[in-house]
Design a protein around this ligand. Structure first.
Ligand code: SF4
Length: 361
């Protein structure tokens, strides 16, 4: 589903390629050399290895958000990731820059669990009780652009998995409570680490399924939403890994459940986990609870270390971007659909993103 906030040009019709992958990579390298600094390709850690190898910048969503904001020389930004990342790059890029997504169907089921009308309904629950003035809305980067815009216009801020604790501190310096959407697990894990109690707000239930007292006294209201790629991991996976590799260092992404985070040695963003592997001595053993493409690449790039997955879990949406639709986009930019957002979504979404980028992280 493409959200109404996101408009694109005519959808290009592609033809099947008879070229093998090596030939496409060669053509891509040739095209990149022709474009030079005018073209920037951003690749998220969860992308396939061949995509990440062609990217000018690889990183987590915060790093790629910064990269999108800092590309003065670029005329064309191609984001290899899912829709919410591409929309954020569109918001942060210069107006003259063109932003493309190789596959507009690469969305995020977790982002789809919250939308502006549903969050506005929750906000009305707060308004009716006079609580909205002391509530800071915080949206995870993994959310639609119009939800970022809602957050921006109501004094709120965006966070990523690498800066969520600092963003929560920012919010509590300005308000008495947070409403956080759309990932209950990241929100709960951050609140737990700060010693703050959190309660689930289920948008399908009146008052989020809470009693009047619970709603009024909650410090952190957690939207009921989750990432299926990360809730796949269990403590049984961790137990198995520890039994199999007694010296293993277990790392999990903060979108995992609190039980998995509690049983891990480290919880952090994709880039933080990549750094841990890169900095470890040869022979170190890791078992990681995150998307499989990143783990495969880490194992390939650090062949002197033992990098394992806790259990195979793939994000089918990240996988929708591939060498062929990237190549189709770059070789025929005039007909490729550009990412365009309404002016008010651009303006208010930028407020929420800029507040995050202004925090000294
Ligand atoms: S890994 Fe999870 S949060 Fe990230 S894009 Fe896939 S479904 Fe969405």
């Amino acid at each position: 589903m493409i959200p109404s906030a996101m408009m694109t040009g005519p959808q290009k019709i592609t033809t099947p390629h008879d070229m093998d992958e090596a030939a496409v990579v060669e053509h891509m390298r040739h095209l990149k050399a022709e474009f030079g600094k005018k073209l920037v390709i951003l690749g998220h850690h969860y992308q396939r290895r061949e995509i990440v190898e062609l990217a000018d910048f690889r990183g987590d969503s915060l790093e790629l958000c910064r990269a999108a904001a800092n590309q003065d020389d670029a005329e064309i930004i191609i984001f290899c990731g899912v829709r919410f990342m591409v929309e954020s790059a569109r918001i942060l890029a210069r107006p003259r820059q063109r932003v493309y997504h190789p596959n507009a169907r690469a969305g995020c089921p977790m982002a789809d669990m919250a939308n502006a009308p549903l969050v506005e309904k929750a906000w009305r629950d707060l308004e009716q009780r006079g609580l909205h003035g002391s509530t800071i809305p915080v949206t995870y980067m993994n959310s639609d652009a119009d939800l970022k815009a809602f957050t921006g216009r109501n004094g709120g801020i965006v966070c990523t998995s690498s800066n969520a604790t600092k963003v929560f501190e920012w919010a509590f310096a300005r308000g008495e409570r947070i409403i956080f959407y759309p990932d209950e697990h990241l929100g709960r894990n951050v609140a737990n680490s700060m010693g703050i109690e959190s309660l689930i707000y289920d948008p399908r239930e009146p008052l989020g399924g809470l009693t009047e007292d619970e709603f009024r006294n909650a410090k952190v209201l957690l939207w009921k939403g989750f990432c299926h790629v990360h809730t796949h991991f269990t403590t049984a996976h961790i137990d198995e890994a520890r039994e199999k590799w007694p010296d293993v260092y277990v790392m999990s992404h903060p979108e995992c459940t609190q039980e998995v985070i509690g049983a891990s040695d480290f919880a952090g963003s994709t880039s933080q986990m990549c750094r841990k592997v890169a900095e470890a001595p040869a022979g170190a053993t890791f078992a990681i609870g995150t998307e499989i493409n990143m783990i495969h690449r880490l194992a390939f790039e650090h062949a002197d270390k033992n990098v394992h997955t806790l259990s195979r879990s793939l994000c089918p949406n990240m996988y929708r971007v591939n060498l062929y639709n990237l190549y189709d986009t770059v070789r025929d930019l005039e007909n490729a659909p550009q990412v365009i957002l309404p002016d008010d979504v651009m303006r208010d979404g930028k407020l929420a993103l800029d507040r995050m980028l202004a925090i000294n992280l």
